[in-house]
Design a protein around this ligand. Sequence first.
Ligand code: IFM
Length: 442
Amino acid sequence: MQFPKDFLWGAATAAYQIEGSPLADGAGVSIWHRFSHTPGTILNGDTGDVACDHYRRWQEDVEWMKRLGLNAYRFSVAWGRVLPTGRGAVNQKGLDFYKRLVDGLLRAGITPMITLYHWDLPAELQDCGGWANRDCAKWFADYACLMFRELGDRVQLWATLNEPWVVMALGYLWGQHAPGIRDIGAAAKAGHHMLLGHGKAVCALRSLGLPNAKIGIVTNLGPQQPASDSPQDQMVAALWHNFINRYFLDPIFHGEYPDAVISFIGEFAPKAAPDDMQIIQSRIDFLGVNYYTRNVLAYDASDPIGSRTVYQEGKLHTEMGWEVYPEGLYEILKWVQAEYGDIPLYITENGAAFPDAPNTQGEVDDPLRVDYIRAHLEQAHRTIQDGVPLKGYFYWSLMDNFEWAFGYSKRFGLLYVDFETQKRIMKSSGRWYAEFIAGQRQ
Ligand code: IFM
């Protein structure tokens, strides 16, 4: 398996999941800080107050990245560290943290990819309605523009939003994520305003004329397959495909929402102002794909959405309950190319949670994760051979971290983190990945 010489070999993280010190040095409260401190929201009452303490241990973490041989690292900026109330006055200390991190990465020969929004909206903006307020698109673009000005001389890869579908569905429709809203109308508005904010941020970057900067968006995608040939199963699988895979990409690439979802949500469908779609369609340089699993769907009249996911007996499932289905990576990347053309792609997340623990020698052996990564890299390689412009792979995650509503109970890392002592241990998957990357350099 030989990948192109300029392929990016990375790992990914997100601010609230690893940084800790959420209020340090003048940072503003985020919706995830507020949500995780609300009793009953997070498993075991966990919060991101300490997480992996990366805010204070980032230099050690860059050393771990060097040991892994990464040549790229995807991380997110906590909006409220830089702009504590989401807009207006800049918090220089927060900004300086990211400047130091970027400089440290560059010194280590690691290309930074910044995600501007990985779910931690400043709480003050939520008090004004959050993404359900149209103004949030402008607040986001202003924040993005500030980051481009401050770091655009050093950072070339920018992702606007991480998984807007998850924000819309889990944050505003089903409420398991911050801000914990359950309102279909608010969800549709939030989705539209995220798209608009994304488009405005792309325009802002272009207007600055930074010669080497590239901008894209990161979406969670995966095959949505019918459990049988029955017309009902086919229908629900098609609906989920339109909802998960097309809902954010059709507007960006085709300038319209998928009809099937719009008719399904009827009166709640987002209302675009005259120029919105043109802004949303602003050309992007790459698409980030987060791939974890597929869904096999059957019609189920007793379910409010009319469908249920069919558990695949006999197949390996991760601690998240997600089926390990590497072929889905090939299938979804090929679908993206067929539907949206030859846009450069990055696998911005791919990974698995397993119940890792150190053995008596203090080592963490995780053969299932090694198999998982190898199998997905095989599919990534196959996609490249079949003509898909895939430019990089970022394993999720660099280290065990705060897995949102599941707290610290799900370990995705290449590095094991002892959350009591903050000691990191490279898992055997980390060693395997490091050897694989080294092999690519020979
Ligand atoms: O931890 C998350 C990440 O924040 C977004 N994508 C999926 C990961 C695993 O659930």
